[in-house]
Design a protein. Structure first.
Length: 230
């Protein structure tokens, strides 16, 4: 009997030792997994930043009607016609290429991506885009034409989330600039901007006075900070 109890006791101790070892191994694997997740997340941020940087000479134009069997040359001519409304001196020489986005991904008229020869020209056209507001569509049934930044998929998603929260908290302005999302509560308030690193956990976004702009979410939100310029 005593021998049996001793054997059982030894087996129990052995099992406890095995369980302790498995727990330590499990904790080690969890730590390694977390490190890998952080590394993957960091690489995703790097890829997004590089992709946005690669679009620094691009603009996206919405609302230009599409012709049947339209080719890139026709697309570029339509773009040039729109851009001449804000700068009569612009020419084909200022445009590297203009093409439609994939039509199969939407039932709407595909937007146009325009890549300019120089970043300076691109920036000037973006600054002058508001002049299009004074130009009504030639056809009353046509869409109004908008010029906007060519954001990455991730940055578009961030812009959409931030815009929803802007409306919820009655902030007045939101706009992108060079891949960053800028917000302003009112005409007299300071501009705040998201960091390039979009956090996975979702963070509370604050104005400079500490008032919450964006609540915690389970989606990808940026951490906003004060911006020194627009």
């Amino acid at each position: 009997m005593a021998s049996t109890l001793k054997t059982v006791s030894m087996e129990v101790k052995h099992l406890h030792k095995e369980i302790k070892g498995l727990r330590e191994e499990n904790n080690s694997l969890r730590e390694k997994n977390q490190l890998l997740e952080n590394r993957i997340s960091s690489l995703e941020f790097d890829i997004n930043d590089l992709e946005q940087y690669g679009r620094r000479q691009n603009l996206e134009i919405k609302g230009i009607p599409m012709s049947d069997n339209e080719n890139n040359a026709e697309t570029e001519s339509k773009v040039l016609k729109v851009l001449k409304k804000i700068d009569e001196n612009i020419s084909h020489d200022d445009i590297d290429i203009a093409h439609r986005l994939d039509k199969s991904k939407t039932n709407k008229t595909p937007n146009i991506i325009v890549r300019f020869v120089s970043r300076r020209t691109r920036n000037n056209k973006y600054k002058e885009r508001r002049k299009l507001k004074s130009n009504a569509p030639e056809n009353p049934t046509s869409e109004r034409v908008f010029i906007k930044e060519n954001l990455t998929k991730r940055n578009k998603h961030l812009f959409s989330l931030a815009n929803e929260e802007r409306k919820q908290f009655n902030w007045k302005y939101i706009w992108p600039k060079n891949g960053r999302i800028l917000l302003r509560q009112s005409n007299d308030s300071r501009v705040i901007a998201n960091d390039s690193r979009v956090r996975k956990t979702g963070l509370v976004l604050h104005s400079m006075r500490g008032n919450p702009l964006l609540k915690k979410t389970n989606t990808h939100l940026g951490q906003f900070r004060e911006s020194t310029g627009e």
